[in-house]
Design a binder for this molecule. Sequence first.
Ligand code: FES
Length: 144
Amino acid sequence: GAPVEVNISKVEPGQLIRVEWRGKPVWVVRRTEAVLNNLKTLDSKLRDPASEEMQQPEYATNPARSIKPEFFIAVGICTHLGCSPTYLPDSFGEQVEGVTSGFFCPCHGSKFDMAGRVFQGVPAPLNLVIPPHKYVDDANVIIG
Ligand code: FES
């Protein structure tokens, strides 16, 4: 699989775009300030808040799990059995108290925050995978 270059300049706050890399869906999500602030409050609800249980790029271990906090880039595949989680930009409803947005896997109910970090008490064992990537400039990122 060749690296994929993605132009992110038109991604609106809150929007998720999908690209394909090595036959896998990769998400690019533009996070708002409110979302980023919420991430800092979730550690006690997460299984592995600092992403210590998996091999990941060094830039995937900060709380936002990203190079630029505003942009979350992840492989859109559930770490349980590989279903495709649904992006819930506004609400988990009452499923996770205090969490305003994230990713919900419809197959067996795993939940991930807006940094792809898995919540406790769900079947998925690990956080979502962050693919290797780098920015070539403010508007373009290369995945792979
Ligand atoms: Fe996502 Fe099982 S595949 S919860």
